[in-house]
Design a protein around this ligand. Sequence first.
Ligand SMILES: NC(=O)c1ccc[n+]([C@@H]2O[C@H](COP(=O)([O-])OP(=O)(O)OC[C@H]3O[C@@H](n4cnc5c(N)ncnc54)[C@H](OP(=O)(O)O)[C@@H]3O)[C@@H](O)[C@H]2O)c1
Length: 222
Amino acid sequence: MSTVLIMGASRGIGLEFVRQYREAGERVIATARDDQGLERLRALGAEPLRLDVGQPTSVSALSWQLDGEKLDVALYVAGVIDRASAASPPTQPTFDRVMHTNVMGAMQVIPQVLPLVEEAGGVFGALSSAMSQIGSVPGSNSWLYRVSKAALNMAVSSARFDYPKARLVALDPGWVQTDMGGGGAPLTAEASVRGLRAVLASVTPEDNGRLIHHDGRRAGHW
Ligand SMILES: NC(=O)c1ccc[n+]([C@@H]2O[C@H](COP(=O)([O-])OP(=O)(O)OC[C@H]3O[C@@H](n4cnc5c(N)ncnc54)[C@H](OP(=O)(O)O)[C@@H]3O)[C@@H](O)[C@H]2O)c1
């Protein structure tokens, strides 16, 4: 039985990861930031932890909460979007909310969680997006979100040098039917997560630091 940690699992893609890994018989430790989210995780048989990735004090509690664990898979799923384009500047509160959740939280989690992933020779995945890819930008919609996910990719790619016994990748789930993706998205959370679980099971040392799509395609450009 593998041990899987999912950070940002109260709903959407994170909650579906919990459901599928539990269904596969794995031990799942999963985080949410409110009581309703924690209850949903408990109901699926996960071990719930309270975590707000935008609050450094909350993130710093992870170390002792996970003391002694060996993590085969650790996933940073928490994320928020802002859809404004480059026609308007982000306000500081909006910038802080998106960058703290999508980037700072991941950079604070990595040094705490990666030693536990190394203990198991496991995989760390951060939920990024095709919208992070500088080599294929079709427009400026959601430009702050694009910036945050490009920064997240860099955090993952550079961190791999400090944790050589783990594999670190950024993951593109596709456009998925969740609160963020909306009902018009082509992929169900079930299909996206099924693909991402197959990707996680197939990550090789050569993939270290890359962005990988839910269907297994390795990104040519970030
Ligand atoms: N859906 C898509 O089409 C799509 C496409 C590309 C990439 N992604 C990425 O995939 C990931 C999951 O997206 P989703 O579609 O499942 O989004 P979602 O349905 O909006 O869920 C977002 C999740 O992030 C959590 N979260 C947000 N801020 C947090 C914080 N400060 N601390 C802890 N958790 C926090 C939310 O928890 P609360 O319930 O507490 O708010 C929720 O569990 C995100 O990183 C997103 O950028 C999604």
